[in-house]
Design a protein around this ligand. Structure first.
Ligand code: NAD
Length: 494
């Protein structure tokens, strides 16, 4: 049964509680167990949707549907036609921008201005980019012997499990979905249980765009049930995951059963390094945005600001001033810059880290407290006098908390920047082009920003190493993730 949705139009905020079902084989259906779960607006703590909760039996249904579509309609469709359907979906997303932004803002507690400026345009750009690739994924003829024709073709890997976190549900979901579909794979998607709504809406729009039933199946539910069932399912050929290192480790173990391909985008503890010849105004402005954007719930957040000893005091002061000036509040207000964190659990964990930092001897210059008693708001926190070895300098807090660490020279900066288990991103600020290039060369990071911070673009590879995972999303790298090369030998002498 399909449900008609009037997404919040002309209604007071949070007055409408949505009722959402699983999306399997082109149909909205109840979960096999009949169970449901609730999702809250983190800004108000009000229930905004009741969602059917998937389990192993629902995963089974979704994988069967995805396999059927892979072997049938999607696998046999002309690649150009696949591209056209994806472009139609991008068009529909543009037409439904206001609704999608509202949905994402409420479900993930994001300021609406940030969704309209960042999450939604990036998701649409990603989809448009990969739609263009759909009919351009080809192999090569490779000269080997004079009596043979030898060539390669690139085939889709098959059924892909897409497992998404709650910090950028729409954007990160599309980072995975768009290349998988463009390559001819079919998908079972598991959104994070805290943020299933935008994925379910994209699934509906995809059907409207002409995506055949079974190509995109969406099974919301708990990670340890739905995610685990997908990871262990012999009918799934690949898992693409963004989330925490702990879950990533479990996914690698589960995927070993049928040697699934795996790509993992995990956490970070990125360093943003400010030398004493940097443009301090630009550097501290970007450093504040680099940690406080999305309330610090960003894998590449510049959660460690490394400042040269000559400018250390000034960097701390400027960061604290910027933190205090950030406009926190109603996520529907277009002037709000800082929203709540995603959940009570996340809020408690972040506040625990604020305590840990103080107990370790770091100085809390500003912020680090719950604001109000409705919504999971935390005032942006700046820690000074942070030592490299402290837990707040080594562990991912995933909240609006920055550790400012002093360094004395280039070698010291590099040692501290590279001194965590993570390896995702790094930033460096200096007017000395030799110095920034030496840093870029030696930084342990999948992305290095020079005199800027935080940009991503679907045309550039994205990912890390170590506890930040492996594999790259974006660009042509993602096409390799979802295709398998095949070599063909043909004897010319028969
Ligand atoms: P998480 O690992 O708890 O959850 C991520 C997803 O995995 C969710 O959909 C969850 O339901 C699912 N999951 C949970 N247990 C599972 C299991 N046993 N098997 C399969 N799936 C399971 O992480 P989160 O709390 O959603 O997100 C925060 C973390 O994600 C942070 O550590 C952050 O750094 C990381 N992250 C990384 C990137 C990146 O690009 N590298 C981007 C965003 C978030």
């Amino acid at each position: 049964m399909s449900i008609a949705y009037d997404y919040f139009h002309n209604t007071p905020r949070d007055a409408v509680v949505l009722r959402k079902q699983l999306l399997i084989d082109g149909r909205h259906i109840e979960s096999v167990s009949g169970r449901t779960f609730k999702t809250l607006n983190p800004a108000t703590e009000e229930v905004i949707a009741v969602i059917s909760e998937g389990n192993e039996a629902d995963v089974e249904r979704a994988v069967v549907a995805a396999r059927r579509a892979f072997l049938g309609v999607w696998g046999n469709m002309r690649p150009a036609e696949r591209g056209h359907i994806l472009l139609r979906l991008a068009e529909l997303m543009k037409q439904h921008s206001a609704e999608l932004a509202e949905l994402e803002s409420r479900d993930a507690g994001k300021p609406i201005s940030a969704v309209l400026r960042q999450d939604l345009p990036a998701a649409i750009d990603t989809l448009t980019y990969y739609a263009g690739w759909a009919d351009k994924i080809h192999g090569d003829t490779v000269p080997t012997r004079s009596d043979a024709l030898t060539y390669t073709v690139r085939e889709p890997v098959g059924v892909v499990a897409v497992i998404v976190p709650w910090n950028f549900p729409l954007m990160i979901g599309m980072w995975k979905l768009a290349p998988a579909l463009a390559c001819g794979c079919t998908v079972v998607m598991k959104p994070a249980e805290l943020t299933s709504l935008s994925a379910l809406r994209i699934g509906e729009l995809a059907l409207e765009a002409g995506l055949p039933p079974g190509v995109l199946n969406i099974v919301p539910g708990p990670g340890r049930v739905v995610g685990d069932a997908l990871v262990n399912h012999p009918g799934v050929d690949k898992v693409t995951f963004t989330g925490s290192p702990g879950v990533g480790r479990g996914i690698l173990r589960g995927a070993a059963g049928n040697f699934k391909r795996v790509s993992l985008e995990l956490g970070g503890k990125s360093a943003n390094v400010i030398f004493d010849d940097a443009d301090l105004d630009a550097a501290t402005k970007a450093a504040a945005a680099g940690i406080f954007f999305n309330a610090g719930q960003v894998c590449s957040a510049g959660s460690r600001v490394l400042a040269h000893e000559n400018v250390y005091g000034e960097v701390v002061e400027r960061l604290a001033a910027r933190a205090k000036a950030l406009r926190m509040g109603d996520t529907a207000d277009k002037t709000t810059a800082l929203g709540p964190v995603i959940s009570e659990k996340q809020m408690t964990s972040i506040l625990d880290y604020v305590d840990i930092g103080q107990r370790e001897g770091a100085s809390l210059v500003t912020g680090g407290e719950r604001v109000g008693d409705r919504g999971y708001y935390i005032s942006p926190a700046v820690f000074a006098n942070v030592k490299h070895e402290m837990r707040i300098s080594q562990e991912e807090i995933f909240g609006p908390v920055v550790s400012v660490i002093k360094f004395k020279d280039e070698a010291d900066a590099l040692r501290i920047a590279n001194g965590t288990a993570f390896s995702l991103a790094a930033g460096v600020w200096s007017r000395d082009m030799g110095r920034v290039q030496r840093f870029a060369k030696k930084a342990k990071a999948g992305t290095v920003w020079i005199n800027t911070y935080g940009y991503t673009d679907v045309r550039l590879p994205w990912g890390g190493a170590g506890d930040s995972g492996f594999g790259r999303e974006h660009g042509t790298e993602a096409l390799a993730n979802f295709t398998e090369p095949k070599a063909v030998w043909m004897n010319l002498n028969v």
